[in-house]
Design a protein around this ligand. Structure first.
Ligand code: SF4
Ligand code: SF4
Length: 234
């Protein structure tokens, strides 16, 4: 059966996609970049980081959870929305402990890449400098809560053969951290450990005994601005 196609506009640009497609991916298919962090292709969107906030027919909403329909009018690259997104990135940097020059994920990290995109030198907010020990008791993976942005990608995507998530939220409010089920994690394959590392947008999950064989300067975001693969950035 033929999909029902709908017309909509992003910042005045005429776009077309299947009715009901999520706006974030529909925008991408039309060569329009909407910044995002917690979203990951192939897993159900959560709208938790709020980076993809846009105005749809005048109302603020997250593009990753909004489905397109005919006549949709979207504001994306406005000063207001880009200002909000920059603020979110600044808050993420100040909430944790991020020392990019010594981080294994530098050059692959989506938060760092967004920091470059928004030209963040010194954030406007005070650093919280929390005391969070690195967890290395699992045989296959290391978890560094200092770098975690609580995007839930690992919870949603990393499951064993019985469908049990290896990762979960622990504690409440500002004390929330990601916990890793030690028993489940002990039995994971190298491939799953690698998948967990790859799916984490920052350097909070690392596969143990992995060589970091791409030199600094040759890593993806050393060479291109995040979102540039989609099309028009601003
Ligand atoms: S996780 Fe990303 S932002 Fe944080 S220290 Fe590593 S490279 Fe920098
Ligand atoms: S460990 Fe990584 S994937 Fe999991 S919530 Fe934290 S930042 Fe997201």
């Amino acid at each position: 059966m033929m999909a029902n196609l709908v017309d909509f506009k992003i910042d005045g640009k005429e776009c077309m996609s299947e009715e009901g497609q999520y706006l974030l991916s529909a925008a991408k298919d039309n060569g329009v970049y909407i910044p995002s962090l917690c979203n990951y292709e192939g897993i159900k969107p959560k709208g938790s980081c709020r980076m993809c906030t846009v105005r749809v027919n005048g109302n603020l909403t997250t593009a990753c959870t909004t489905r397109v329909f005919d006549g949709l009018e979207v504001d994306n690259m406005t000063d207001e929305l880009e200002g909000l997104r920059k603020g979110i990135v600044e808050l993420m940097f100040t909430e944790g402990n991020h020392f990019c020059p010594s981080c294994e994920k530098s050059g692959f990290c989506e938060l760092q890449a967004l920091g470059y995109r928004y030209r963040i030198g010194a954030p406007r907010f005070p650093y919280l400098s929390p005391n969070r020990p690195v967890e290395s008791q699992n045989p296959k993976i290391m978890k560094d809560q200092n770098r975690c942005i609580l995007c839930k990608r690992c919870i949603r995507a990393i499951k064993n053969d019985e469908g049990k998530s290896l990762f979960a939220f622990k504690n409440r409010g500002y004390k929330v951290v990601i916990s890793c089920d030690t028993d489940l994690a002990a039995g994971i394959s190298d491939e799953m450990a690698q998948k967990a590392m790859d799916i984490c947008p920052v350097g909070a999950i690392l596969k143990k005994r992995k060589g970091f064989n791409v030199p600094i300067g040759n890593r993806p975001f050393d060479k291109r601005e995040i979102g540039s693969e989609v099309g028009a950035l601003r």
